[in-house]
Design a protein around this ligand. Structure first.
Ligand SMILES: Nc1nc2c(ncn2[C@@H]2O[C@H](COP(=O)(O)OP(=O)(O)OP(=O)(O)O)[C@@H](O)[C@H]2O)c(=O)[nH]1
Ligand SMILES: [Mg+2]
Length: 617
């Protein structure tokens, strides 16, 4: 007697495989509305019409046989007959979500390519109907070359038909035990075919559905999509400067007012200096960037809520693949625009260890929000607030260029790493695209409040602490009349010693000094400069002056540009190094990261300085 024949349920996560399995076998597997519920193989008995019993296997959902995560590997191994000596299934029951047909057809083709007897369960037709989709199972069957049975697993609809189709496929398998593999398509070819097959199978759809599909046709278009994404980002950085300016000016004026108030109300002395130079100039100099941060995150949250962000990941996938990264790195890298720490933690979703390591190593190159105050103050000080080519603000343009420099830097580094220390193959990536939605104001407001609070809390804690320490080091020992306070102070001595190394790349002494406390948090560079200049001025009216004006009068343009270039690359953040150590289980990679980032920062700041000087800027 032969072992019982075997059928396996395969398909994308959340297609309803386990729901079908339960309905067909009477089992009680866990089902839930998110991908990745089933993570191991489960078997049950299915009684065919003839009374014959076969074994039915429920498998974890999978996007591809190029398995990347451990649960997908179970599916791949079992289907290929490599699972703990178990033979490959005789019949494949491919479960597709009718409401997400196009996405599900990508993996479907890979399954059908195997050339085994296959039956498609076109599941969730109830949801498709609710969405205003009318499907043609016969057209789908024709396009795929395998039988298609519409089902609603949770209402037990189409089960008899599905069982009959499985029985007939099983009979075919009995008659001819050989697989007849079909030509192998590449991932982009499969995506294209998926779109065409879905188009052929969809008879009609409601207007919203059509609108959304139309939106996707434009936003995900291989040529239109990237420029649209690029243009959108461009507008965002214009807005960060243009819209924030009145608010930032208001906050700056407030800080000036406050300093004036303290100057009149508090008797002259160390305590007054501490308040005006350390707290108001230093910490206040950072807080004025709150409007910029809020505007940037308003855009990011909006892109996330509408469903556009997932599309951006999709668009970026190709570009990332060309440097040896997969689209899976997109979300971790995107989070790194807020802060590299959650970004590095998000790499846990990347299954391939080398993919993951590469992503960790380049995460600090994404421009985190802590750099925004540094960029903001230097740009406002040295880049004229003018329009170029008609309507484009030059300041926003420079900010955009700095973000792009970080991204391009990351891509180049990824390319080099993937050819050397983290050499390996990039894996494919498919993501389910969420439906378009209008953002809910309440969620947006909560998200913004959280970001603003994180920023203010940093200002009140780590930035405040670092600024106080720096102020003390700048203030003592006190200079005799005629001496410069900066020259005499402990901090000044440190700065002078360090300056030897940074003079060649155009840094002045105050900038060099700012690099040290900025290791605690990048924003402290701003606080540090503000405090240094406040301490360094004799005249108390000048302590009320905004840092922007101090920089404008003291720095040359090449020096300022070199400082910006430094902050694009430099690993100015100890917490990031600490997280990288934890996530890579050792010091090797964080030390590597530190070394390569400092080297890049130094070289690029130098190139920037010398190029700008040569150009006579
Ligand atoms: N409306 C409707 N919901 C369904 C249907 N089939 C499954 N569902 C629901 O879809 C969700 C996913 O079903 P599962 O059976 O867990 O999906 P799965 O394919 O096993 O997913 P993974 O185990 O993650 O691969 C559950 O909430 C089910 O209740 C259907 O035909 N119609
Ligand atoms: Mg399941």
């Amino acid at each position: 007697m032969n072992a019982p024949r075997k059928a396996a349920l395969v398909g994308n996560p959340n297609a309803g495989k386990s729901a079908l399995f339960n309905a067909l076998t009477g089992a009680r597997q866990k089902i839930a509305n998110y991908p990745g519920v089933t993570v191991e193989r489960k078997a049950g008995r299915l009684v065919l019409g003839s009374g014959e019993e076969i074994e039915l296997i429920d498998l974890p959902g999978s996007y591809s046989f190029d398995a990347t995560s451990p649960d997908e590997e179970v599916t791949r191994a079992l289907v290929h007959g490599e699972f703990q000596g178990e033979s490959a299934p005789d019949v494949m029951v491919l479960v597709l979500d009718a409401a997400n047909l196009e996405q599900h057809l990508v993996f479907a083709q890979e399954v059908i390519e195997l050339g085994r007897p296959t039956v498609v369960a076109l599941n969730m037709v109830d949801l498709a109907q609710r969405d205003g989709l009318t499907l043609d199972p016969d057209a789908l069957s024709q396009a795929l070359g395998v039988p298609v049975v519409p089902t609603v697993a949770v209402r037990r609809k189409g089960l008899a038909e599905l069982t009959a189709a499985i029985a007939s496929a099983e009979a075919d398998a009995m008659a001819d035990d050989m697989a007849h593999p079909r030509p192998h398509l590449t991932l982009p070819e499969r995506r294209l075919a998926a779109r065409n097959i879905a188009k052929a199978a969809i008879l009609s759809q409601s207007t919203t559905r059509r609108l959304h599909a139309g939106l996707d046709r434009i936003l995900l278009h291989p040529w239109l999509g990237p420029p649209i994404l690029f243009a959108l980002l461009f507008v965002i950085f214009q807005a960060v400067f243009a819209w924030a300016t009145p608010f930032a000016d208001g906050l700056e004026a407030l800080a000036g007012l406050l300093a004036g108030l303290v100057n009149t109300a508090v008797p002259a002395g160390i305590f007054r200096d501490f308040l005006t130079e350390g707290v108001i100039a230093g910490v206040g100099g950072v807080v004025v960037f709150l409007p910029q941060i809020v505007i940037l995150f308003a855009f990011i949250l909006m892109m996330e809520a509408t469903g556009y962000m997932a599309r951006a990941a999709f668009i970026m996938d190709r570009m990332m693949a060309s440097v040896g990264l997969s689209g899976r790195s997109f979300i971790p890298l995107l989070s790194s625009f807020a802060c590299a720490i959650p970004g590095i933690m998000a790499t846990r979703s990347i299954a391939d260890p080398k993919d993951r390591l590469t992503t960790i190593l380049i995460a600090p190159l994404m421009t985190c929000s802590a750099r925004l105050p540094v960029y903001g103050v230097v740009i406002a000080a040295v880049i004229p607030n003018i329009k170029v080519w008609g309507a484009i603000g030059l300041q926003g343009l420079v900010l955009f260029a700095l973000y792009v420099a970080g991204i391009v830097g990351a891509m180049v580094v990824a390319l080099v790493l993937r050819r050397s220390v983290t050499a390996g193959r990039a894996s494919g990536f498919i993501m389910e695209l969420p439906r378009y939605q209008l953002p809910r104001l309440r969620d947006l407001a909560i998200g913004l409040w959280q970001r603003a609070w994180v920023f203010l809390r940093r200002a009140g804690t780590i930035i405040f602490a670092a600024t106080v320490v720096l102020w003390v080091l700048l203030t003592f020992p006190q200079a005799e009349p005629g001496e410069s306070q900066l020259d005499v102070s402990v901090a000044g001595k440190i700065a002078t010693a360090m300056h030897v190394a940074f003079e060649p790349i155009g840094f002045n002494r105050e900038m060099t000094l700012a690099l040290v406390p900025a290791m605690a948090a990048r924003e402290v560079a701003v606080a540090s400069l503000a405090t240094t200049y406040a301490v360094d001025t004799e005249d108390e009216a000048q302590t009320e002056q905004a840092l922007r004006e101090q920089i404008a009068s003291r720095w040359s343009l090449p020096t300022a540009l070199a400082f910006l270039a430094w902050f694009v690359f430099a690993p100015q953040c100890l917490s990031t190094i600490a997280v990288a150590r934890r996530e890579t289980n050792g010091w090797k990679w964080p030390v590597f990261m530190l070394a390569y980032l400092f080297a890049l920062a130094y070289v690029f700041a130098g190139i920037t300085f010398w190029a700008a000087t040569a150009l006579g800027l």
